[in-house]
Design a protein around this ligand. Sequence first.
Ligand code: ADP
Length: 334
Amino acid sequence: PSPVTAEVRPDDGDLDASLRPKCLDDFIGQPRVREQLHLVLQGATQRGGTPDHILLSGPPGLGKTSMAMIIAAELGSALRLTSGPALERAGDLAAMLSNLVEGDVLFIDEIHRIARPAEEMLYLAMEDFRVDVVVGKGPGATSIPLDVAPFTLVGATTRSGALTGPLRDRFGFTAHMDFYDPQELQRILTRSAGILGVRIDADAAAEIAGRSRGTPRIANRLLRRVRDYAEVRADGRVTLAVARAALDVYDVDELGLDRLDRAVLGALVRSFGGGPVGVSTLAVAVGEEPATVEEVCEPYLVRAGMIARTPRGRVATAAAWERLGLVPPPDLAV
Ligand code: ADP
């Protein structure tokens, strides 16, 4: 497959494109990130140059791709999309870079997964707008320098800690996206319902927001499932009763915990006596990749007050024990 994906990953159904915020003012939540980005973009525009490279970090579904699209839109530039895993060979990246036009925004999703040779090529491109293309093999190999048009790289990562120092240092600005609070998710849901033509009561939107795991992608997905229920089992309008009944059918937790979150909590408490236990051990216990447990599950469980990180490992809090219907051990310190 080509490393260049012109379209957005269709991982959330065809409706996603219409639900994506189109400009900074449309983007709900993340007020600090919005303000910081506004300054970065406005400053560059006033100077008539391209903005510094931007790194967006945070768990999946919080709006990193949407934000990259907004950055390009605000700059009036084209957006080129690719991802770290797609850039396995440095040649793939060289081809993309040499096709850029001045002012373009190059979006690399999952940039922490970029292969080493491509990463090294990226250093030079980010710093000097230049690449060295190696032609031939062995002693006869020569390196041909090529100019790259000034561009802005927007990298997204669920794991900024996994980026190498040299790569991280070449970003002029890092935006940390955090989980959304229920009020923000409620506004996102109300906006999405408007776009989808779904009639929804405020208390129903609040109910869905509270169960969306702090994540707009999940909020939008739940909205579509609740809409199905409202259309099939009721008159199409999403009332509080309809929302609750629908969420019960889909087995959505009141706290928004998903199947994997619940499995991790269950293993931590039942198999490891509440911890402390290392992330990789926990991941093996639930049959998942350590990276998924660490980057997807854990941030939300910590945020929800269910898991504490200690120097000796992960520990279940009293709230986690109670949630599983168990009595926390009397000597529990967290
Ligand atoms: P990420 O790249 O971080 O995984 P996306 O940008 O793909 O996240 O966002 C997932 C979906 O959530 C988008 O399609 C969009 O509909 C919605 N979304 C994300 N952030 C917001 C926001 N701040 N306001 C409205 N919708 C949002």
